[in-house]
Design a protein. Structure first.
Length: 378
């Protein structure tokens, strides 16, 4: 009996010792961190449970796909959109991007099997993509704005929200302050231009240069910030157009001739091609050699991205009113933005390619330039 009691004591002591050895091989808090969750309210007002420690996310959306880089958390993204995956500049900035899965092709087109293989902790998406993921998988979905109007303020709110998810609020605030300062600067330089003297700008996208944004889109805000008038202001481009990204619509050559814009911004081809095209010869923008190729950084600037929300209005204001911005170098402004916000130093050659729109050409090579206006939906 005494021997049995002694063996029982020895067994208990060994069990305690083994338990102590097991727990000592783990970092303090490792288990609790990986299993601990929190409930957040997403931008659609829904309650979502996500891990406290974010390690693996699926980040769906074209323009918004650059935000993880802006916040320095791109290493957590295990699934993304094809728009981000195909970005030539992002692939230069992040060589590991080639190893990231891209199950989202465009708005509402997702390879669910590929998404499941990437095994994210949760998915960050818009309403269309999010609904598909919720219906076909068990992954939690964090929604950004259910209805995205693409304004500067909303873009800043999205960055702040995603910063909150990742615990990178300071990086998000840095971006917001940067945006506010640049936009305030642009407005101060063009504030005294009378409406009668404001130049008229037409955004002519696609190979035919007849896809554009109307006055009911976020582009109206950007154009007005630059002290310009939107030639297509009277056009209502909200809603969905078959084969064209939401917010864009096709207009006729006759309409453009009637508007007779002072400035023409294109996203495919070259200004030289427009200058030699007889269909455009009577337009003031052509006669005065005011046709410009739209810049393209980590994403094309005619989409509501964090990068373009800051740099696009400044670029438009400078090409329209160079005498008011003689002290501004777009090359230096682009370098500064990438250094301070993306924390990446562009080379002179990279800045040149960005401002000339060359990165967009590289992305769409073999796919048709028209894909640039519909690629990477919100």
């Amino acid at each position: 009996m005494k021997k049995l009691g002694f063996l029982l004591i020895i067994f208990v002591m060994l069990a305690v010792l083994l338990a102590g050895c097991t727990s000592s091989t783990q970092s303090p808090g490792t288990v609790s961190q990986k299993t601990e969750t929190r409930v957040i309210t997403d931008m659609a007002g829904r309650q979502v449970e996500i891990p406290v420690v974010v390690e693996r996310t699926a980040f769906f959306g074209g323009p918004i796909g650059q935000v993880p880089y802006l916040l320095g958390v791109e290493d957590t993204v295990v699934a993304t959109s094809i728009g981000s995956k195909n970005s030539q500049l992002l692939n230069i900035m992040d060589p590991d991007l080639k190893n990231v899965s891209a199950p989202r092709q465009t708005n509402g087109i997702i390879n669910i099997e590929e998404l499941i293989k990437s095994n994210p902790q949760f998915v960050i998406a818009g309403s269309v993509d999010g609904a598909i993921v919720e219906k076909q998988t068990s992954f939690p979905v964090v929604y950004f704005f259910d209805s995205s109007d693409g304004t500067a303020e909303q873009t800043k709110d999205e960055v702040n929200f995603i910063g909150y998810i990742y615990g990178t609020e300071e990086r998000a605030r840095l971006y917001g302050t940067y945006m506010d300062n640049i936009l305030a600067f642009v407005k101060s330089r063009v504030a005294d231009i009378p409406p009668s003297e404001q130049k008229v700008l037409f955004n002519g996208y696609d190979p035919a240069h007849l896809i554009t944004y109307g006055g009911d889109t976020y582009m109206q805000e950007r154009i007005e910030t630059a002290g310009l008038k939107n030639a297509a202001q009277e056009i209502n481009t909200s809603g969905v157009r078959p084969g064209i990204h939401a917010g864009l619509d096709q207009v006729s050559m006759e309409q453009v001739l009637k508007w007779n814009p002072d400035i023409l911004v294109i996203d495919s081809g070259s200004p030289e091609e427009v200058y030699t095209d007889p269909r455009w010869s009577s337009i003031k923008a052509v006669q005065n050699h005011q046709v410009y190729r739209l810049p393209n950084g980590v994403f094309v600037w005619n989409r509501p991205s964090a990068e373009s929300a800051v740099l696009h209005p400044l670029w438009m204001a400078k090409i329209a009113y160079p005498d008011r911005f003689t002290d501004v170098s777009m090359e230096q402004e682009v370098k500064k933005f990438y250094h301070e916000i993306f924390m990446y130093d562009l080379t002179d050659e990279q800045v040149k390619k960005l401002l000339s729109g060359e990165y967009a050409s590289a992305i769409s090579a073999g796919k048709g330039q028209g894909n640039q206006t519909s690629m990477g939906n919100r």
